[in-house]
Design a protein around this ligand. Structure first.
Ligand SMILES: Cc1ncc(COP(=O)(O)O)c(C=O)c1O
Length: 390
């Protein structure tokens, strides 16, 4: 059976060039980057080169790049590293759980958090961030692109607000990296987190931009790695893989790949919307299209259980994600879709399609072949849906 992977926002496969770049650093160039002998120097040189590449990718100085284990660590570091009892923290109700759970934890330590809600479109209004600022506000954290809807947030405007108020600003750029150009200077942020496995590199690696002079306490202490900002022997193959993935991402941001991908996504979306009782979550705001990353669309299928559709599509060879997450055995509707004002039934009836940048017309054709059939079949089985959608 044919398989089409349309869950790129969950994770991506390594590109062959990334695998090739990493390969020697597990075997013949295995040295510890802290060792002073030849083997160590080889590893150190690779880490230094990777740091330069990342500086180009983020538009910062090499000394402002800290390698880590990925998006969760970056998000946690921003919050645990900067916030102290009595501080106020501003974030949004549509962040990844790596931010939301860390905010809950610092609440126990006397940090109050304001969760700014999005518009129905999934966009966060900079004015709402502005209004939430208090004298005690120390940190604002807003994601660049939402993982479920792909909606791009106005981080540049939020950066200006944070700068004017003298508040630190962290961007979770995990879902934006590789899909839109990153420029931490233009964004006006102090901290920015990225994760390698979302951009065709290995899992368990990532990086964080830490603007020079930002007084962040390290999450991990031990050796003096990463200028004492992140202890632990460097994951040299992972770091090399991240640099190669970033290099390839910079190329695809310029060679028209993203336009091609947006056209594929738009065709997928338009065709699915011909099915009755469907609509896009996070596409329009007051009649205007909302900026989104090129690969993502989030669609509701009324009177269906999203999980059932995910399973039905999986059985037909198509991998997508639903608008629900399983928490301690119970299926909860997505907090992102709920924050956008969807009711529980519609949030549960939503699916995220996120295309790989290697997706083809034939992949989209196949998805479009199986989705209408699966929807029709499931609706025919559902007593609620029978006869109500025309
Ligand atoms: C927006 C966002 N932030 C953070 C993370 C966590 O990144 P990692 O998987 O590297 O820990 C993810 C992963 O799904 C994400 O989508």
């Amino acid at each position: 059976m044919r398989r089409v992977y349309a869950d790129a926002n969950a994770t991506t496969p390594l590109l062959p060039e990334v695998m090739e770049a990493m390969r020697p650093y597990w075997m013949e160039r295995f040295g510890n980057a802290s060792s002073i002998h030849f083997d160590g120097q080889q590893a150190r040189a690779a880490v230094n080169r990777a740091r330069e590449t990342l500086a180009g990718f983020l538009n910062c100085h090499a000394a402002e790049v800290v390698f880590n284990s990925g998006g969760t660590e970056g998000d946690n570091t921003a919050i645990f590293g900067l916030l102290r009892p009595g501080d106020h923290f501003i974030t949004t109700s549509i962040e990844h759980s790596a931010i939301l759970q860390a905010a809950l934890r610092v609440a126990d330590r006397g940090v109050e958090t304001t969760f700014v809600a999005p518009h129905a479109s999934g966009l966060i209004a900079p004015e709402d961030i502005q209004r939430a600022i208090r004298p005690q506000t120390r940190l604002i954290s807003v994601m660049l692109a939402n993982n479920e809807t792909g909606v791009l947030q106005p981080v540049e405007e939020i950066g200006k607000i944070a700068g004017a108020a003298g508040v630190f600003f962290h961007i979770d750029a995990v879902q934006g990296a590789g899909k839109v150009p990153l420029d931490v200077r233009r964004f006006g942020c102090h901290l920015c987190s990225i994760s390698t496995h979302k951009m065709h590199g290995p899992k368990g690696t990532g990086a964080m931009f830490v603007r020079r002079g930002t007084p962040i306490e390290p999450l991990l202490v031990g050796g003096s790695h990463e200028r004492r900002q992140r202890a632990g022997t460097e994951n040299v193959p992972g770091i090399v893989g991240l640099a190669k993935a970033a290099e390839l991402a910079m190329q695809t941001l310029e060679d028209g790949t993203m336009h091609r991908l947006a056209a594929l996504r738009d065709r997928l979306e338009a065709d699915i919307l011909r099915i009755p009782g469907t609509g896009v979550n996070g596409a329009w705001d007051g009649g205007e299209p909302v900026p989104r990353v090129a690969n993502t669309t989030n669609i509701f299928f009324d009177q269906l259980e999203g999980e059932a559709l995910v399973i039905a599509l999986d059985l037909k060879g198509v991998s997508v994600s639903g608008g629900s997450a399983c928490h301690s055995g119970a299926t909860e509707p997505s907090h992102v879709l709920m924050a956008m004002g969807l009711n529980k039934a519609r949030a549960r009836a939503s699916l995220r399609f996120s295309l790989l940048k290697t997706a083809t017309e034939a992949d989209v054709d196949y998805i479009l072949q199986v989705v209408p059939e699966a929807v029709e079949h499931l609706r025919a089985l559902s007593p609620v849906a029978a006869g109500t959608l025309g």
